[in-house]
Design a protein around this ligand. Structure first.
Ligand code: NAP
Length: 331
């Protein structure tokens, strides 16, 4: 089979290479062998390859945390047997999904409805689960409350906007490119502010004088610091990414005086703390919201595995306007 590998961490376009004649991995008991159809390139994949992610790659490693594929074989166990022959969304943090075959725990593959396209199914887990869990399960944003988010024009940010519109919480959305303002308003954003138009707290307080009760930030650095300064008394913020690769800096008196709560959110760690029934319920809600278009992913381009270097460069480019997908096999 073909697969993408890297032998050392570093800039993805430099360290990735294609192997085109290696044996497929063998599933052990409790695992399944999945023939991969497609897998997206998420920021977490790029950080993992660069050695800047919470999980360290066991080198040599194959990237690709999520994707869609067909379960072709099982290493034994009831769940694997039940999944055999099914088209599934695959989450994988051991042998990645950027190859023609992968092996993962039978518990980490979820059958997807026939009506769901391969592209949407490939992006079933990471962004939809994070957007839904952060807003509705962790922050539990009430109807009418304000949520401020940065990087709002990214794929996850757009899901959060649609969730706000659907569940009647209000969103203030920060973007760095002015051309995204109208696009995000059409999705249901209440307000869209542009980074370069002035400090975020000032722009926010013109709209909501007391500041916002809730915020989420995947950028870090100066942007996250400004997002935190736009919180209202008793406000709460989830930091869930590090796109700027810069530390956050806010004076402690600001936290103390305003009774703020700032927490990290990582889907994998959050999911491990949930009961099985809670997760099954989350997947059920995700399927419905994906069918409704709320948790939908837009795509910028699709590349074959052979063009993985071009694909990772495209995925890291500012203003790409959608997810970059690797198309690995056919249904
Ligand atoms: N913690 C978790 O469990 C978890 C789960 C899922 C995702 N995430 C994180 O969520 C974030 C978004 O993921 P995604 O799939 O939506 O990515 P995406 O579609 O690539 O979107 C990224 C967005 O961030 C903007 N951006 C990138 N670097 C920026 C910077 N330095 N300053 C300001 N804006 C910047 C981009 O703006 P342009 O459009 O102008 O380029 C784009 O709108 C990532 O950090 C990812 O790691 C975390």
């Amino acid at each position: 089979m073909k697969r993408v590998v890297f032998d050392r961490v570093g800039p993805p376009a430099e360290v990735l290479r294609l192997e085109d004649d290696v044996p497929a991995p063998q599933p052990k008991r409790g695992e399944v062998l999945v023939r991969i159809i497609a897998s997206p390139i998420n920021p977490s994949d790029l950080m993992f390859i660069a050695g800047k992610y919470g999980l360290k790659p066991p080198l040599p490693a194959t990237p690709g945390f999520e994707g869609v594929g067909l379960v072709e074989a099982t290493g034994g166990g009831l769940l694997g047997w039940l999944r055999k022959g099914k088209r599934v969304a695959v989450i994988n943090d051991r042998i990645g999904n950027w190859g023609e075959y992968t092996v993962t725990s039978a518990r980490l593959v979820i059958p997807v409805p026939d009506a769901m396209s391969d592209e949407q199914a490939a992006c079933f887990f990471v962004n939809p689960a994070t957007a839904l869990a952060m807003t509705m399960d962790v922050l539990k944003i009430p109807k009418g409350a304000w949520l401020l988010q940065s990087a709002a024009g990214g794929e996850l940010g757009k899901m959060v906007i649609r969730l706000g519109y659907k569940f009647a919480f209000r969103t203030i959305n920060v973007v760095r490119r002015r051309e995204q303002v109208e696009e995000l308003k059409k999705l249901g954003a209440d307000h869209v502010i542009v980074e370069s138009d002035g400090p975020i707290p000032e722009q926010v307080r013109k709209l909501v004088p007391d500041g916002v009760r809730f915020a989420i930030d995947p950028v870090g650095g100066e942007i996250a610091s400004q997002v935190l300064s736009a919180l209202a008394q008793g406000g709460r913020c989830l930091l869930y990414g590090s796109l700027s690769d810069e530390p956050v800096s806010v004076h402690p008196r600001y936290f103390i005086g305003n009774d703020l709560r700032v927490e990290g959110f990582w889907l994998g760690a959050w999911a491990k703390k949930q009961r099985v029934l809670t997760l099954l319920n989350l997947f059920k809600r995700m399927r419905v919201l994906m069918a409704e278009g709320v948790l939908q992913t837009q795509f910028a381009a699709t590349y074959p595995l052979e063009d993985v270097k071009k694909a990772v460069e495209h995925a890291a480019a500012p203003g790409k306007g959608g997810k970059v997908l690797l198309r690995i096999g056919v249904r």
